[in-house]
Design a protein around this ligand. Sequence first.
Ligand code: ZN
Ligand code: ZN
Ligand code: ZN
Length: 153
Amino acid sequence: MANQASSSSTALEVLIEDEEFLYGAESGWVEARTSCDHLASLSSDLVHIPTPETPCNRCHNPSENWLCLCCKEVLCSRFVNKHMLEHYQKVNHCLALSYSDLSIWCFSCDAYLDAQAILQLHPVYETAYILKFGQAPPFPTTDNQAEASTSGN
Ligand SMILES: [Zn+2]
Ligand SMILES: [Zn+2]
Ligand SMILES: [Zn+2]
């Protein structure tokens, strides 16, 4: 009696609190972090980034995409085909910028990052903002830099 135990435990889906993510993004009450321990993985060349119209590199979804700030790949959100999330899980690139609202998310911190408060994020935020809106962001991105004196080697 070949009882083929069909171990068909179909891909169990790990549902990460989508709601929290969504509401946090939209309502603005979620506090964005003003620091992040993962900024070392930022790409060193964030001046040249793909345009916000770039489709997902994997599924060619045209909108709601994220820019990986580590390797500059454009990947779709967890509301589409989760390619950015997948990318993080595979290669541990945790920093991503949303091309829909320019928010910056750190998967490792599991939180939004305050692009205004974190100097390292200014260049890419500014570049993305200009690409998207055709003008510089409303807050001064270069003003406070004297304060946090450059600790570059
Ligand atoms: Zn995709
Ligand atoms: Zn990446
Ligand atoms: Zn982080």
